[in-house]
Design a protein around this ligand. Structure first.
Ligand code: C2E
Ligand code: MG
Ligand code: MG
Length: 633
């Protein structure tokens, strides 16, 4: 009989081109890539053997029987290995930890059995045999390879269905399912329909091509502008190291003024600068893996050969010189970090948080802008991650608590308002203070939800209590600068107020100077809320970039002077407090002094004719029920 080889020969070339392309590019040093390479190589060898075996078997008179046996046995061994190799690839994609060696052994039993059967066929002729003329015949056990393949592929399909949803993107899963379906289809055709067409190797090739094109190509995890691997690539490499408890030492830097550059210059300038930085870094790290994580962050996987200090000095020296593009010069400022590889990270997220915390704390423009990552920073970052989780949980469970801090009116001689302050009560971490979670909420974008939850709860408080009977004129609620800048904040707040039927006169929103320096939608938001009758307080006056013009032009009725200024007055360091109170009074504003802790402070402030006093002298922030008791006393 003559075998049809048309399909195989074309598939063979495709496979060869794929492998050549794959090896010509640098690939991420992860096991899954090595296994995929093996899979491609197996497919190529399988195809080669398939073609040669068919040619040889077609001319039994010419070739010695021993050769025909050997090559066909080899063919069946390869056939048994292919699905096993794919299963291994799927495991590496989907699993978190290395499986137990015993598990690996049990999983490989069908494959090993199939290999043994292939070899035994020389003696028992069960898979194939040659007759006296050396003509090839299929044996009854040939079907075993079909079962073996289906067995592994079905297990893979179940595994993908069970674990794929949260580990892989939809298109990755589709590619893997396609691999499974097409490969099984190839087997069915060859075993049951067209035994002398080698559809198995053709379909294996098509399947591999699909996976390659979807997510296994060497350029899949590359950042376009720099040609370096991207953050997903770094995540894969480091996660693998952490899971298998291998250390990984990295170094890198952030272009500290990158945000400004992105904001000021056009996209082609930014891309050109990144390319230049990348190609310079490439010359220093020829044999190491380099990553670009966006926002101006470059990372190098150091390995044994890398010296962080040398790298740092070279980078810092290079950055003293400007980068030039189209005859214009650009100064970039790097902040360097070195992670020595002994920090006990468990996940990539832990690594990333520690590095960004370190880079944030490193003072900009310091003489040697570099930082060694220490265990201490790691602990701080872990705390921040834990707080972030607690914040997420509290937000989802509508469990942000509101504490109220009374504000004393010196004119009325009693408490007439209060500031609502957010708290989180976490089972593990205890009571969390806003200084810890507000910056995190501002960083991860959940500040909008947090602000709305606080606002809603205060509205509920106002609706459910008789404010007048309690002697309360209004409640102060903090509004983050980010909320001010966001489109639609005013609308949302007005809707919530209407929902609870709250009279706007009972609400006073506090914003800081950073929030009020009009950008984006700030002015629209302030105006819309003012039109509704909501008043504004300028919070923490004196801590930001104080701008007296803002206090004149923006619609504040109250100015809250920050406790640092109040304390500086009573420590005898600065007498600006008196001037400020006087100044704001002449502008017709009311003034709150924050941080009033002693009787002596309150008396002096009353002497300065300060309208309101807020501080521990009157009360710390307290839960709602305590606050009501406090007022009733
Ligand atoms: P803030 O708005 O300036 O609030 C006053 C802070 O000063 C409160 O800290 C309060 O406990 C503290 N304080 C008041 N009197 C004294 C005193 O006499 N001595 C001392 N040492 N401290 C005093 P807290 O509650 O930790 O809040 C910190 C900051 O977190 C607030 O500063 C505010 O900016 C922010 N924050 C709190 N809740 C929210 C919220 O719901 N949304 C937003 N965006 N920010 C909030
Ligand atoms: Mg405040
Ligand atoms: Mg304040």
């Amino acid at each position: 009989m003559v075998w049809n080889l048309d399909f195989n020969i074309s598939a063979w070339f495709v496979c060869l081109v794929l492998i050549m392309y794959y090896t010509s590019r640098r690939n991420l040093p992860i096991r899954r890539n090595r296994v995929f390479f093996l899979l491609m190589l197996l497919a190529l060898i399988f195809n080669t053997v398939d073609i040669s075996a068919s040619i040889i078997a077609s001319y039994p008179a010419i070739f010695p029987h021993g050769l025909i046996y050997a090559i066909n046995v080899f063919y069946y061994i390869e056939l048994a290995l292919l699905p096993y190799c794919f299963a291994r690839f799927c495991c590496l994609l989907l699993r978190d930890k290395d499986p137990h060696p015993l598990t690996i052994l049990i999983r490989s039993i069908p494959c090993i059995a199939a290999i043994l059967v292939s070899m035994l066929t020389i003696v028992n002729g069960k898979v194939f045999y040659l007759d006296a003329e050396g003509v090839f015949h299929y044996g009854p056990w040939r079907i075993l390879y079909f079962y073996e393949t289906v067995f592994y592929l079905i297990i893979c399909a179940c595994y993908i269905a069970a674990r794929g949803a949260h580990k892989l993107q939809m298109r990755h899963r589709i590619a893997l399912y396609s691999y499974i379906v097409i490969t099984i289809f190839g087997h069915v055709l060859q075993v049951f329909v067209m035994p002398y067409h080698q559809t198995v190797s053709l379909c294996s090739m098509i399947s591999i091509l699909i996976v390659f094109l979807t997510f296994q190509g060497p350029d899949y995890y590359r950042e376009r502008r720099t040609g370096f691997f991207d953050s997903r690539g770094l995540e894969l490499v480091l996660s693998e190291r952490y899971h298998s408890q291998q250390s990984a030492s990295t170094a890198g830097f952030i272009i500290e003024n990158f945000r400004t550059i992105k904001y000021v210059y056009t996209e082609d300038v930014v891309a050109a600068l990144l390319r230049q930085v990348a190609s310079y870094l490439q010359t220093l790290t020829d044999r190491q893996y380099t990553f670009y994580l966006r926002n101006g962050v470059f990372v190098v996987l150091l390995g044994e050969r890398g010296s962080a200090l040398e790298l740092r000095d070279q980078i810092i020296n290079r950055f003293y010189e400007p980068f030039v593009y189209k005859n214009n010069e650009y100064i970039l400022r790097p902040k360097f970090f070195f992670d020595p590889g002994y920090i006990p990270y468990h996940t990539y997220e832990e690594y990333r948080s520690t590095i960004s915390l370190a880079l944030r704390t490193l003072a900009p423009q310091s003489a040697t802008p570099s930082m060694l990552i220490t265990e201490d920073m790691y602990q701080q970052a872990m705390r921040a991650l834990a707080v972030e989780r607690a914040l997420g949980k509290a937000l989802n469970n509508d469990a942000i608590e509101i504490f109220y801090q009374p504000i004393y009116s010196t004119y009325a001689g009693r408490v007439t308002s209060a500031e609502a302050l957010a708290r989180i009560r976490d089972e593990e971490l205890g009571l969390l203070m806003p200084d810890e979670f507000i910056p995190i909420a501002e960083n991860n974008g959940s500040i909008t939800r947090l602000g709305e939850q606080v606002f809603t709860k205060v509205c509920r408080f106002i609706q459910s209590r008789d404010m007048d009977a309690l002697g309360l004129e209004y409640i102060e609620i903090n509004l983050s600068p980010l909320q001010c800048r966001r489109f639609g904040t005013a609308r949302r707040y007005i809707d919530i107020m209407h929902l609870y039927g709250v009279d706007p006169k009972y609400i006073n929103l506090e914003i800081t100077e950073t929030g009020s320096t009009g950008r984006d939608f700030t002015l629209d938001n302030l105006q819309e809320l003012t039109e509704q009758g909501i008043c504004f307080s300028l919070d923490d006056y004196g801590t930001g970039y104080s701008n007296l013009i803002n206090t004149i032009h923006l619609p504040f009725t109250i100015i809250k002077i920050d406790k640092s200024i109040v304390w500086a007055y009573f420590d005898g360091q600065s007498s600006i407090l008196e001037l400020l109170i006087h100044h704001f009074k002449t502008l017709g504003k009311k003034v709150v002094a924050e941080g009033v802790e002693t009787k002596q402070m309150s008396e002096a402030l009353i002497g300065m004719d300060c309208h309101y006093l807020q501080g521990f002298l009157y009360s710390k922030p307290i839960p709602e029920s305590d606050f009501i008791d406090y007022l009733e006393q």
